[in-house]
Structure formats: C-alpha cells, structure tokens
Ligand binder design. Structure first.
Ligand SMILES: Nc1ncnc2c1ncn2[C@@H]1O[C@H](COP(=O)(O)OP(=O)(O)O)[C@@H](O)[C@H]1O
Ligand SMILES: [Mg+2]
Length: 264
C-alpha cells in the first residue's frame, strides 16, 4: 500500500540525485521502496555504486531502483495505441498513422505520457517511491503535461462516447473507447496520488540562482513543496542538509542525515 511519493527537483548540480538516493536508502528500512530516476542523464548507478538500468533492479532486500528510459517507454506506448487503432483505420490510413506515430513518439508530450503510464503502474506496488527529476524545467513540464494530457484524454473520451453511440446503432464493437478510458484513469490516478501523497523537495544551495529555481518550483506546481538547502554551512530556518565527505556508495550515503526529510 503506497504511503508516500517523494520527489526531488531543483537546479542542476545542487544534489537532487544524491539526496534521493540517501532518502530511498533510509526509507527502505521502513518498507518496500522504489527509487526511480526520470533524468535522461541518469546518475543513480554512479551515486549508489551499483548497476541500475532501465528495468527494475533490486539493490537491497527492500530497495528497488530504475532509470526510466522515456524514449523506449514512448515507443512501446505508441505501439500499444496503434494496436488500438488497427481495428478502426483502413490499412492505408493506418500506414500513415504509423509514420506519424514514429514522429510523435519522440515529442516531449509523448515521452511524458509514456512516463505517466509507467509510473501509474509502478506506484501501487511500493510503500515508498522516490522520484529523482532532471533540473527544474523538466519538473515544471512534467506537472504541466500531467494537466494537459488529462484534459486532452477527457476530450477524446467524450468524442469516443459519440462514436460509441453510432457504433451501437450500427451494431459494431470497438476497443478504442475502452482504451482511452483506461488511459484517462491512469493519468487521473497519477495526478490524484501525487496530490494526496506527493511531496516535492525543491533542493537548492545557498546561492541566488539555485534559490530562484527552488522558488519557481514552489510557485508553479500543484504539489506540496518543501525547500531543502543542501551542503549548508550554517543552520538555516527550514530544512538543511550538511556537506558530507565523499557521498558515493551505500555506506557513505547512509551518513547523510536525511531522516528529517522522511518524517515530513
Ligand atoms: N550533502 C552533500 N555533501 C557533499 N557533496 C554533495 C552533497 N550533495 C551532493 N553533493 C555533490 O554535489 C554534486 C552534484 O550532486 P547530484 O546529486 O548529482 O546533483 P543533481 O542531481 O542535483 O544534479 C555531486 O558531486 C555530489 O557528490
Ligand atoms: Mg541528478
């Protein structure tokens, strides 16, 4: 039963991935935990000093990790959607749709939709999920797309209702409306779960540009957000994490005092 989803956003190089790894290690002592990287420039393997790939790897008895490959998720997502279209499109139109699909499968929204699909499948299988994002821009787009894709699917489902009525009249049966409804349910489930159980850490260092990006995250997402100052030299008002020596490998990562993040 999923209890909490922790997300890490912020400027490049502030320590998102390092803190995500440290938190996931800590959480895994409490329950089954998934650490997933959404940054195309994956770094979990290097930080954990354990090989993590695009399929889920068990790192410790209760810790699983994955570096999601949006490109290949998008390709297989588009293939599944095309399968649903096979029954309603004529072969020549389908050929065109396939060519079009290969183009759109690398568009940012398709990449994100495929990631949403995967996350909605993974989240219910863990007690704790830690998501390590790419720098700020990706986080903002992730949440924008989550809203956008939901609206778009709602529109398509409405359209398909009308199609369904015609089909019923003509005594035809098709899978597409069902497929669209399933997609919509998944995206809605993900948005609701992140709203109810999500906490986004806006990680920054004590320097103006990093703080500015953290503020952007606090203002522009629909998720509960907490600022974390990493490598802080003096105690700050909010959450802060001190600099530690050589934060690589499981044993060293455990030395990062991360529990105050997990207790939120
Ligand atoms: N608390 C910390 N103490 C010492 N070094 C840190 C700490 N957090 C991060 N670092 C170092 O900062 C650099 C960037 O960290 P990383 O986690 O890759 O950042 P991001 O994921 O935000 O790009 C790495 O060299 C990492 O070892
Ligand atoms: Mg990173």
């Amino acid at each position: 039963m999923l209890k909490k989803v922790y997300m890490f956003g912020g400027k490049g190089g502030v320590g998102k991935s390092t803190l995500a790894c440290a938190l996931a290690l800590w959480l895994s002592e409490k329950g089954k935990t998934l650490l997933a990287s959404l940054d195309p420039a994956h770094s979990l393997s290097g930080i954990l000093k354990t090989s993590v790939g695009s399929s889920i790897t068990q790192v410790l008895p209760n810790l699983y990790a994955v570096e999601l490959d949006a490109q290949s998720l998008a390709r297989s997502y588009v293939d599944r959607v095309l399968k649903g279209l096979e029954e309603i499109l004529s072969p020549s139109v389908l050929e065109g749709a396939k060519r079009f699909a290969s183009l759109i499968s690398s568009s940012p929204t398709s990449l994100e939709t495929a990631v949403f699909d995967k996350l909605s499948e993974l989240l219910p299988q863990y007690e704790y999920v830690v998501l390590d994002f790419a720098p700020t821009g990706q986080v903002l787009r992730f949440f924008d797309s989550l809203n956008l894709v939901q609206e778009w699917l709602e529109f398509l489902v409405q359209l398909s209702h009308r199609q369904e009525e015609i089909d019923r009249f003509m005594n035809r049966k098709r899978n597409l409306p069902q497929l669209l409804k399933e997609r919509l349910q998944k995206v809605k489930f993900l948005a609701e779960t992140l709203r109810e159980k999500g906490l986004l850490f806006a990680v920054a260092r004590q320097e103006p540009l990093a703080l500015q990006e953290a503020q952007m995250l606090e203002k522009n997402t629909f998720i509960k957000t907490k600022r974390v100052i990493n490598c802080s030299e003096e105690p700050t008002e909010g959450l802060s994490i001190p600099r530690v020596e050589d934060p690589y490998g499981i044993e060293n990562l455990k030395k990062i005092p991360i529990e105050k993040l997990a207790l939120l």
